[in-house]
Every structure is written in structure tokens, then in C-alpha cells.
Design a protein around this ligand. Structure first.
Ligand code: F6P
Length: 556
């Protein structure tokens, strides 16, 4: 593969806006949110933006009007608008893989035209969506039957990374809208426990496996798919059962055929949709089977609405741009190492895990597009848990620890499961946390409560901990779509500023290659010639020793 021409932009740290932000940071880094709110009674209303049913309150960030203006200037200097257009119009912005990045085409309406290498790809997208919808209808109507003539009641998604995290997150998020008479499970880990626990109470005669792998080469997925095949055949015996109990989602027709899945039961995708950006493609088949085609379409509509907002709204009112720039502000000027994502919605329990791949596989890069080592930090660590659970575990560190942890709070005005006062209590906690983090509690306030002097330092809260709050009316398929696309484009914004390739993932290769080398060393009956470092060699020997004991035990 020859090196593609990359126009070398001016180094980030030499851009005027970057330098101005550095100088500005010196001026504002000690300014307290208490002060900023006291100086401007309208701050809470002014530093807010709204789009596609999402209200973003970013007033509790450590910014002034000047900060915002400089961040927006930085976006302009980094040609964010031009880069976004390059993505939306199919330019090969995934430079190291020489691929277009067109996940936005996955939610384009039928009438749109998006031409890639001379071909309009929108009809292909809709042909697959139609095939998914028809398959979903057949399953729900009991027209697609298992090999013994029983309807399908269980769906097991087999996939990993983007072929798991998006589908399982969306399934959990939209469970309220799902077909409750069916069971949905997700197997990703090569640890046999994952497969064993996911299938132990299922009947093979009523179970469909959706094998999701963009490449159809991933060790975990192929190993689990093989286990599923054996699990089906152990009960149904006849090879013809495979056709009724397996479908595949992949770009790799030969790989799917080699596994024994009929090409008619394969749902296609394309190399221009990256794994972590593919939950709205056929990779979302299990999601569609759970929530139905109409709800899936609503999710796509939400994503589309956010795409259009990102593409056209002025940056100062553009939700993904604002969130992306604020992430850069803390990451590069305050040296914040992590971002906490805290949904106050139990259905979003897998949202932080999903975001970890989206954000960290995208922006965990150490070189720029033209291969130069960056001299600034790139992607922060994303983590989180739903509220209020996190309040009783790690929030202590966010409130009183020594690190600055910007947080994204996500909440909804209407509950999906109204239960006594629960929702008001939940939301009161969300608002209270952002208030406590921003304003804290001064020594004087603590003392005035009658706290003895020695205890005052322990009980005071410095505050000045920044947060975003994203508030929506209700968690619906459409809202989820908006939320996902919001983060996708925020990640994009950050990647453009850092001048990195947000769409490759070379960092996963080395571990995969070393594992391939190690597998025979663990499995061979003869003592292998080990040529690793002394630590790895010793670990392998120790493993072999104990494993041998177990294997001897198994056979005795
Ligand atoms: O190992 C990382 C990765 O390539 C992810 O980017 C991807 O989502 C995942 O593996 C699964 O890949 P596939 O869908 O090809 O099995």
C-alpha cells in the first residue's frame, strides 16, 4: 500500500488559537465557577444549546465567553467544517486504511445520493435495511421456523467490539420497547463462560445465532460461532439445521460461506462503516429483532437528525462541536486524564462501555495523520456507571480527590417505568450532583454548621468540578440515536483538532499476533521451545503445569 498524499497542516501547538488558549488558561485556571455564576446571573441560560430533542447545559464548565470564542476559533483554524464535509461526502479520510468514513450514510433517507467511487451507496444501504426488516417480520410472525418446526424464541448475538458493544448497548437501552416474549443474549468473550452462561437455559430448537463480524476473521467470534454450531448439532444432529439457526452479518462472503452459512442468510455491510460506527448497519440486526423495524428506523432518524445538526449548525450552537471542544479544553489545558459519563437512566447501563470503544479506539492515537509523534495528549479515558449507583462508590473521588474529572451527566424528564417518587428522586440526585461538583461547600459554610475545626478540611468541598448535563424528554429509540451520533461527532471533532486518524485501530494488532503465537505454546503436548521474555516464559510454564493437572484430572 503506497503512502497516500496527506497535506501537512500547521502543527497544532503552533496555531494562533492554541497559543491564545494557553495564555488564556493561565488567566482563568483558578477562576471558580462560584465566581462565574455570581458575575453572570444568566450564565445557566446562556451557556446552553439544544438540538434534536437534546438540551445541553454546559454552563457548569470552567469557561468564559473568551474561552468559548477561542475554542471556536481553534475549530475554525483546524478546518473542522471542511473535515466534516470530507467525511459526509465520502472522501477517504481514514488515511491509514485508505477508506471513506460513511457511517452517516447508514441513516441517510432513501432519496439521498451519496456517491463513492462512482456508485451511489444509498440504495445498497436500504436494500440491506429492507432485508433486515423482512427477516425481522418473518421471525416475529413465526414464519421463520427452526429446523424442527418450532418458532424462534431466543436470539444470541455472537460478535465482539463494534459487533457487540453497539448492539448490546442499544438492546439494553431500548429494552422497554423490545419484544418481551423473546430472549436476547450477547456472547462476545472468548472465555467459554460467556457462551456457557448465555445458552445454558435455552433450547437449541428455538434459538437463532446472529454471527456478527465485519471481517469474519476475529478469533473470539469464530471460536464462539464454532461452539454455537456444535451446541446446535449436539441436539439437532443434522447439518441442515445450521441453515435455520444461523445468520451472519459481514463483509466477507467467502468467510461466511466457509463457515457453512448460506449466502442468502447473510446481511452485508461495507468497509466504509467502521466496526465501532456500525450499530446502525446490519450489525444492529439483533437490535432490530428485539425492538422491531419501526423502532430501529426511529433510531436511525435520531442519528440522522444529529448528523444534519452537526453538518449545518453554527459551531457556537452545535452540540457535538461544543462537547468535543470542551473535551479538548480539559484534556489539553487542564491535563485532565479521564471523562466520566454518568447516565441517570438504568437502561443506559452499557452506554459507558459502548462509549469506551467509540472514544478510545478512535482517539487513542500517538501520531498525526502524516505519522509525526504528537507533542500533546490525545484521547482521554472514558468511563462511567449509571447514577445513582456511582454516587455510592466512586463519586467520592470526583468530589474530593486530587484529580480533575470532567463529567457528562445524562438525564430524562419522563420515566419509562413510573414508580412512586423514584424518578423525581433520581433526577433530584442528578441535579444535586452537578450543583455540588460546581459550587462545593466552603470552609465557612462547613464551620457555620457547627463542625469542629479539625474536621472542617475533611468536610469541605472545593467545587469547581466541571460538568455537562444532557437532558432529554424521554429515552426513545430516536433519543438514543441522537445521543449516539452526538458522541460520534464529538469524537470526530476531537480527532480533527488532534490531527489524528480517528478511524483506524492499529493498536489492537500486536496483542492479536502475539496471542496467535502463544496459542500453540499453551496447547502443544510437547514442552515448547519458549523464546519470550523471562516473565512471559515463566507464566506460560506455570499455566501449562496447572492446566496439565486439570486435563489429567478431567480424563481420570
Ligand atoms: O480488535 C478490534 C476490532 O477490529 C474492532 O475494531 C472491531 O469492532 C472488532 O475488532 C470486531 O471486528 P469484526 O467485526 O471484524 O469481528
Amino acid at each position: 500500500m503506497s503512502k497516500p498524499p496527506v497535506t501537512r497542516p500547521p502543527p497544532l501547538v503552533q496555531r494562533p488559537a492554541w497559543k491564545a488558549l494557553q495564555a488564556h488558561h493561565q488567566k482563568v485556571r483558578e477562576v471558580h465557577l462560584r465566581q462565574l455564576f455570581a458575575d453572570d446571573p444568566l450564565r445557566g441560560e446562556r451557556f446552553a444549546a439544544e438540538a434534536c430533542g437534546l438540551y445541553l447545559d454546559y454552563s457548569k464548565n470552567r469557561i468564559t465567553d473568551e474561552t468559548l470564542q477561542l475554542l471556536l476559533q481553534l475549530a475554525g483554524e483546524c478546518e473542522l467544517r471542511e473535515h466534516a464535509e470530507a467525511m459526509f461526502t465520502g472522501r477517504k479520510i481514514n488515511v491509514t486504511e485508505q477508506r471513506a468514513v460513511l457511517h452517516t450514510a447508514l441513516r441517510a433517507p432513501r432519496e439521498e445520493r451519496i456517491v463513492l467511487d462512482g456508485i451511489d451507496i444509498v440504495p445498497q444501504v436500504h436494500a440491506v435495511l429492507d432485508k433486515m426488516a423482512e427477516f425481522t417480520r418473518q421471525i416475529h410472525a413465526g414464519e421463520w421456523l427452526g429446523f424442527t418446526g418450532l418458532p424462534i424464541r431466543n436470539v444470541v448475538n455472537i460478535g465482539i467490539g463494534g459487533s457487540d458493544l453497539g448492539p448490546v448497548m442499544a438492546y439494553e437501552a431500548l429494552r422497554h420497547y423490545s419484544h418481551r416474549d423473546m430472549t436476547f443474549r450477547f456472547v462476545s468473550n472468548i472465555d467459554g463462560t460467556d457462551f456457557a452462561e448465555a445458552t445454558r437455559d435455552l433450547k437449541p430448537e428455538e434459538t437463532l445465532f446472529v454471527v456478527c463480524s465485519k471481517t469474519f476473521k476475529t478469533l473470539e467470534t469464530l471460536t464462539n460461532a464454532q461452539a454455537a454450531r456444535e451446541w446446535i448439532l449436539r441436539k439437532l444432529v443434522d447439518e441442515r439445521a445450521i441453515a435455520r439457526h444461523f445468520v451472519a452479518v459481514s463483509t466477507n462472503v467467502e468467510g461466511v460461506a466457509k463457515f457453512g452459512i448460506d449466502a442468502r442468510h447473510m446481511f452485508g455491510l461495507w468497509d466504509w462503516a467502521g466496526g465501532r460506527y456500525s450499530m446502525d448497519s446490519a450489525i444492529g440486526l439483533t437490535t432490530m429483532l428485539a425492538i422491531g423495524a419501526e423502532n430501529f428506523q426511529a433510531m436511525l432518524a435520531g442519528m440522522r437528525a444529529m448528523d444534519q445538526h452537526f453538518r449545518s449548525a453554527p459551531f457556537g450552537r452545535n452540540l457535538p462541536v461544543l462537547m468535543g471542544l470542551l473535551a479538548v479544553w480539559y484534556n489539553n489545558f487542564f491535563d485532565a486524564q479521564t471523562v466520566a459519563v454518568l447516565p441517570y437512566e438504568q437502561y443506559l447501563k452499557r452506554f459507558p462501555a459502548y462509549l469506551q470503544q467509540l472514544t478510545m479506539e478512535s482517539n487513542g492515537k500517538h501520531v498525526t495523520l502524516d505519522g509525526a509523534r504528537v507533542d500533546y495528549q490525545t484521547g482521554p479515558i472514558y468511563w462511567g456507571e449509571p447514577g445513582t449507583n456511582g454516587q455510592h462508590s466512586f463519586y467520592q473521588l470526583i468530589h474530593q480527590g486530587t484529580r480533575l474529572i470532567p463529567c457528562d451527566f445524562i438525564g430524562f424528564c419522563q420515566p419509562l417505568n413510573p414508580l412512586a417518587r423514584h424518578h423525581d428522586l433520581l433526577t433530584a440526585n442528578l441535579f444535586a450532583q452537578t450543583e455540588a461538583l460546581a459550587f462545593g461547600k466552603t470552609q465557612e459554610e462547613v464551620r457555620a454548621e457547627g463542625t469542629p475545626d479539625w474536621l472542617v478540611p475533611h468536610r469541605m468541598f472545593e467545587g469547581n468540578r466541571p460538568t455537562n448535563t444532557v437532558l432529554a424528554e424521554r429515552l426513545t429509540p430516536e433519543t438514543l440515536g441522537c445521543l449516539v451520533a452526538l458522541y460520534e461527532h464529538s469524537v470526530f471533532t476531537q480527532g480533527v483538532i488532534w490531527q489524528i486518524d480517528s478511524f483506524d485501530q492499529w493498536g489492537v494488532e500486536l496483542g492479536k499476533a502475539l496471542a496467535e503465537r502463544t496459542i500453540p505454546e499453551l496447547e502443544s503436548p510437547q514442552e515448547p521451545q519458549l523464546e519470550h521474555d523471562s516473565s512471559t516464559n515463566t507464566l506460560i510454564r506455570r499455566y501449562r503445569q496447572f492446566r496439565k493437572l486439570q486435563k489429567t484430572g478431567d480424563s481420570s
